[in-house]
Design a protein around this ligand. Structure first.
Ligand code: ZN
Length: 297
């Protein structure tokens, strides 16, 4: 079973109040969430508390969770809210204070400041057009990978996913910023072409909205994020180039916080500490499970 299907299966069981499924879900995600929290929260105890609250947050919003979404991304988003809340509670005026090691992801994916829980559930379920655009973007990305056009892919990933300026991307690859603009332009053109071929040719990506919309969809769907299995192969040193180089690029140059959290989680072998944490998360959240599950099922 691949990850999204396994998640869907677990979520359905959790909705029915299945304690084993809940335990499995905690085991599956706790490590990467702690790794993520540790880079942002002070001290390990804080990180573990935040992850504990994140799982409770999932149960509390379970009725509004859309199964088509990525559970992992959803959990990372809840966790980010918890981190922001905690920093606010400590009367920090900004989450971007350098000592908190907030990174570029917090700038490109700002969290709505007022009411986290309601916005969360709808965040990725925008209109059909964006879902269709995501499919077309996936096609574009696959096409670039198939042709091993990793340079072009890396350029547009930095522009759209990371939100870097053409000039900075150009400097990084030692090319003119006009060349960067050209690569980006060709990608948008290709998307326009795909859109024109699809069932609803009326809907176009206008010049002005293209950049913003493509960037948003790329980030929300994390279109170039790495599979756990890919990260695992990378760690074992059995991933071959150009895939390995590209993986290294996503980790080092893009420095994707979610994939880095997955990587550090994979690096830590099953420790006693990890098992204890799972237990304590389970114990602290189990009361919410019965409240979250479907009545009468
Ligand atoms: Zn990633």
């Amino acid at each position: 079973m691949d990850a999204p299907n396994a998640d869907q299966f677990l979520i359905d069981q959790v909705r029915d109040g299945d304690q084993n499924a809940w335990r499995q879900l905690i085991d599956r995600y706790e490590g990467r969430l702690v790794a993520f929290a540790r880079t942002r929260a002070r001290g390990l105890a804080d990180a573990e508390d935040l992850v504990q609250e994140t799982f409770v947050g999932l149960l509390q919003s379970l009725s509004r969770f859309d199964n088509r979404r990525s559970l992992e991304t959803y959990l990372f988003t809840i966790l980010r809210y918890k981190i922001v809340d905690q920093l606010r509670a400590r009367k920090m005026t900004t989450v971007h204070a350098p000592e908190e090691s907030a990174d570029w992801w917090d700038h490109v994916m700002p969290l709505d400041s007022e009411t986290p829980s309601d916005i969360l559930a709808d965040r990725e379920t925008r209109d059909d057009f964006e879902n269709r655009l995501a499919e077309l973007l996936r096609r574009l990305i696959h096409d670039l990978r198939d042709r091993e056009a990793f340079d072009d892919l890396s350029v547009i990933e930095l522009v759209f996913f990371k939100g870097m300026r053409n000039l900075d991307v150009g400097n990084l690859f030692d090319i003119d910023q006009k060349a960067v603009a050209g690569i980006k332009f060709r990608a948008i053109q290709k998307l326009q072409k795909y859109l024109a071929e699809s069932d609803d040719p009326e809907k176009k990506l206008t010049e002005t909205e293209a950049d913003v919309t493509v960037a948003r969809v790329w980030r929300e769907k994390r279109l170039t994020c790495l599979k756990r299995s890919t990260l695992g192969s990378h760690l074992l040193g059995v991933l071959e180039d150009p895939w390995n180089r590209y993986t290294q690029f996503h980790l080092d140059v893009v420095s994707c916080p979610m994939c880095l959290a997955n990587l550090s989680d994979l690096e830590v072998t099953e420790s006693e500490q990890g098992r204890q944490l799972s237990e304590s998360i389970f114990a602290s959240s189990i009361g919410f499970l019965s409240r979250a599950s479907n009545p009468g099922s």
